[in-house]
Ligand binder design. Structure first.
Ligand code: SF4
Length: 379
């Protein structure tokens, strides 16, 4: 197998950027500066469908789009899984009575601006509302994409102070937006501040940069963050089309630098609601030392009705994966309950019947097997 760290191949670029020197193309700041953010620019690069053009116009104020040259280079026709995650579509205007602006009630659980505290031992810190690509299924589209809503230094200082005053918080998720949109210096400053709080045990960086801007995972950034381990990285690959040589390099650099990397895939209709797609994705992730640990049911946020799948679709994918892929490649299926109810996990039903202590189970091939249970201890 080719070692992704030395693989010579790179993702073919869109012809618009073919002449850009490699040095610039590999520079994450260049990628950020050259994001495609207007209809006029995108029209010059992609043969937009009428539904996409209408979606861009309809959603311009509510949830704008932005796409890095790298991620746009992965996109193909209108049904392409990359394009559907990045380019607005008129179906985003479909509403349902159960759509919510803030499905996880993060604002309700925000004791100070820039921080949510929903579970006793965990806090979520929003350090920026900027991202390389604005994912069309984003749960935080109420504020992501609006640079004016990002917490400033004073607000973040208050949030850090809250963590310092709340020793029950052991685990801080550094999120946003995408925290890797910040400069190295600012990100390291925040991480160092958190690490200076004795009660904080674990830091988690929530970032989609390995997917949408893998050039951001530089040796310099990793070297600067290394002294603050343990740092977990939660990333968010959704489709094998995102599994490029550049993405592999980013994940391997993270693993080599001692970060524990996990993937949270969001289940999306017509994009990855297919066991073969998930199996291919998860096998590739494992080869890059990234553990596929969640399949998330898409949150009922306004603008995503057309992307949401039935919950049963996730259960069937798990059912198909079991027995075909090692347990390492079988994530937990999670529904984050609207209204701040927290996460619940779902599993395919494998217990067929129980006869006294005899329990009959169905395995991944559909065959039945009996396990004789131990009797309960007498009280
Ligand atoms: S990277 Fe994360 S926060 Fe940013 S738009 Fe995508 S899902 Fe939302």
């Amino acid at each position: 197998m080719t070692d992704p760290r030395t693989a010579p191949e790179h993702t073919p670029r869109h012809p618009r950027w073919a002449a850009i020197p490699d040095e610039q193309w590999s520079d994450w700041r260049w990628q950020m500066r050259n994001r495609v953010t207007t209809l006029a620019e995108l029209e010059g690069l992609v043969d937009l469908s009428a539904d996409e053009r209408a979606g861009i116009l309809a959603r311009a104020d509510a949830f704008p789009f932005a796409i890095t040259p790298y991620y746009l280079s992965l996109a193909q026709g209108p049904r392409c899984p990359v394009r559907r995650q990045a380019v607005p579509h008129i179906d985003e205007t479909i509403t349902t009575p159960w759509d919510l602006a803030d499905p996880l009630a993060e604002e309700e659980h925000s004791p100070v601006p820039g921080l949510s505290h929903r579970y006793p031992d965990r806090a979520l810190l929003y350090v920026t509302h900027n991202c390389p690509v604005y994912c069309r299924h984003c749960t935080r589209q109420r504020k992501v994409g609006d640079a004016t809503s990002s917490p400033d230094r004073a607000a973040l200082a208050l949030a850090l102070d809250y963590v310092r005053r709340t020793p029950a918080i052991k685990d801080v998720l550094i999120s946003g937006g995408d925290p890797l949109s910040l400069s190295d210096a600012r990100l390291v400053e925040i991480v160092a501040d958190l690490r200076s709080i004795p009660s904080v045990e674990i830091l988690r960086l929530c970032t989609r940069n390995p997917v949408t801007l893998p050039q951001r995972i530089t040796p310099a950034l990793l070297e600067a963050l290394r002294p603050f381990h343990p740092i977990f990285v939660n990333t968010h690959f959704n489709h094998p089309r995102e599994c490029t040589a550049e993405a592999a390099l980013a994940l391997n650099r993270l693993a080599d630098a001692g970060f524990a990397v996990g993937n949270q895939m969001v289940l999306l209709r017509g994009i990855n609601d297919d066991p073969e797609v998930v199996e291919t994705l998860n096998r590739w992730l494992l080869r890059q030392r990234c553990r596929p640990y969640y399949i998330l049911q898409c949150d009922p946020v306004g603008g995503t009705a057309h992307l949401r799948t039935p919950v049963q679709a996730g259960v069937e994918i798990l059912d198909a994966l079991r027995g075909r892929v090692s347990g390492l490649g079988v994530p937990q299926l999670v529904v984050d309950l609207p209204g701040g109810g927290g996460k619940v996990t779902l599993v395919p039903e494998r217990l067929v019947r129980r006869e006294g202590t005899r329990m009959v189970f169905r395995n991944g091939e559909g065959r039945e097997f009996t396990y004789v249970d131990s009797p309960l201890p007498e009280s």
